[in-house]
Write a protein that binds this ligand. Structure first.
Ligand code: UTP
Length: 508
């Protein structure tokens, strides 16, 4: 009886919000399934969800509007760059960061909650092995870079460096991610310095605002975007954890970038030197029509503007020296002070707008059959991690070199770019460059020196039409525990001839 009343009032509640179809299959599901569905429905705020939907779809209607008249570039003094800095400046930035690490005040936030649909694996992207000589996964490369950075900080400051690594996962990646780290003994890091947490999900809607069912007793859900981070930091107690540990400086990055300098001391040091509360690490846009988001101001607030939101004439606007006015391309590597993060999480998170992603979403139809659509049939609502830039008062960007720091794994083999071999070659070519700079010769069995591999990530190289023009692959890999960013190799390899496959490790 109680159950009937419960269903009756839920039906009324759903009808009020146009979602009564969610109980269409009530009579054909088991008692256990009824409990699960009722629990899921009771936990949702349908009024709020409909508001999200209406706001998000409103954004869809205004899509295509250009922002040119409201945009302006960043000021010159907010823009630092590797290529514009002297060795003394770079060293100063590094030393500022090393002392932060030495004091245990550095946190690293990894975004690893994505579904990786384009890559198409059934396991988390961080567990992907792109085919390096070592066979290392993205997670392992990143863990070893953190470990090396801690060791470099300890050597420089005399204090036991400590970095806390916060890993954001989602419903589908949390279990396998935890199991992978645990079965690999946390890749040498201390378990207590790794905090895995989980972002939330939101129901998926049809274009008409109806929530989709994934099963008769289960709603179709998707992670709430990488900007779901800010809510998760609050509800999962991560912000509290940071506070307890005394973390002051936080760097954020995406799991898919094989070249990422995790915890980059130069970038962080630049931010510290400038007293910035929020910062974006960028690469220079390769060519005016490149489909990347660029960092600028809109209506006086910092923002990443998508290529589709500006006209060609703005995209092509040049400075006196011929460089593009809007060239600070977003690569999803950010810096936040703890105070800034705390402020946006507690005060601004709710006002962050959802964005629309039109997707093919499998659903249960009226007859109870599961349908896998061949064209987009609904929307996922996602927040974007960079949308908090608008709340920053003191904001800077740091430009790094693309072939040294940005090669994301997005697509399965066979796509034009950002494939596993794209990423592997980007890393091999960088490591070959490091060895050459350290005075080694990379030679074939017959003694002929290999030319430097062209990095697929070289500026302007990522618009190549086909993967046919792939360079000859020279298998040269350096373990992050031996060198974080090319440093310290000279005494080991100067004047030596090395023949691939090369995998230099601490013990080699
Ligand atoms: P992408 O937008 O490239 O998504 O994520 P993805 O899941 O890797 O791949 P597709 O689009 O499904 O093919 C950029 C970064 O944001 C993280 C991803 O894990 C990746 O590091 N992300 C994305 C999240 O952490 N949560 C999300 O909800 C979405």
């Amino acid at each position: 009886m109680q159950g009937d009343m419960e269903v009756g009032s839920m039906r009324a509640e759903l009808a009020k919000h146009g979602q009564e179809h969610l109980l269409n299959h009530w009579d054909s599901i088991s008692t256990e399934e009824k409990k699960l569905l009722m629990k899921e429905l009771q936990e949702l705020d349908f009024k709020e969800l409909n508001e999200y939907f209406n706001r998000t779809v409103g954004e869809l209607e205004s899509a295509g509007q250009k922002l040119d008249d409201r945009m302006e570039p960043l000021d010159e003094d907010q823009c630092g760059a590797m290529v514009k800095s002297t060795n003394e400046e770079l060293d100063h930035y590094e030393s500022l960061s090393m002392s932060e690490i030495g004091e245990g005040r550095v946190g690293i936030l990894l975004l690893a909650g994505g579904q990786g649909t384009r890559l198409g694996t059934s396991y988390p992207k961080g567990m992907y092995d792109v085919g390096l000589p070592s066979g290392k996964t993205l997670f392992q490369l990143q863990a070893e870079r953190i470990l090396k950075l801690e060791r470099l900080a300890a050597a420089r400051t005399g204090k036991d460096g400590k970095i806390t690594w916060y890993i954001m996962t989602s419903a589908s990646t949390v279990g396998p991610t935890q199991a992978f780290f645990s079965s690999n003994n946390y890749f040498g890091l201390k378990q207590e310095n790794i905090v895995v947490f989980q972002q939330g999900t939101l129901p998926c809607f049809t274009f008409q605002g109806k929530i989709l069912l994934a099963e008769k007793h289960k709603l179709s859900r998707a992670p709430d975007g990488n900007g779901g981070l800010y809510r998760a930091l609050r509800v999962q107690g991560v912000l509290e954890d940071m506070k307890k540990r005394g973390i002051k400086s936080i760097q954020l990055y995406c799991v898919d970038n094989i070249l990422v300098k995790v915890g980059d001391p130069v970038f962080m040091g630049y931010c510290l030197a400038k007293g910035a509360e929020c910062a974006n690490k960028v690469v220079r846009k390769g060519f005016p029509t490149e489909a990347v988001g660029i960092t600028c101001k809109v209506d006086g607030h910092y923002q990443v503007v998508e290529y589709s939101e500006i006209t060609n004439s703005s995209a092509e606007r040049k400075n006196h020296d011929g460089s593009l006015v809007y060239s600070a391309a977003n690569i999803c590597i950010h810096f936040f002070t703890f105070e800034f993060l705390e402020r946006v999480v507690t005060k601004n998170e709710k006002s962050l707008q959802h964005h629309v992603a039109k997707k093919k979403i499998p659903f249960v139809d009226e007859s109870g059959e599961i349908v896998s659509p061949s064209t987009p049939n609904g929307i996922k609502m996602e927040k974007f991690v960079f949308d908090v830039f608008r709340f920053a008062n003191n904001f800077v960007v740091w430009e790094c070199l693309r072939d040294e720091e940005f090669a994301p794994l997005k697509n399965a083999e066979g796509a034009k770019d950002f494939t596993p071999s794209y990423c592997r070659n980007a890393l091999l070519s960088l490591h070959q460059k490091w060895l050459k700079m350290a005075g080694a010769q990379i030679v074939s069995g017959s003694g002929t020196e290999y030319p430097l591999m062209t990095s697929p990530a070289s500026e302007g190289n990522n618009n190549s039409e086909s993967i046919e023009d792939e360079p000859e692959v020279v298998l040269t890999e350096i373990c992050p525990l031996l060198s974080y960013a090319g440093e310290g190799l000279e005494p080991l390899v100067s004047g030596k001839k090395l023949t691939p496959p090369i995998h230099l490790t601490l013990s080699s």
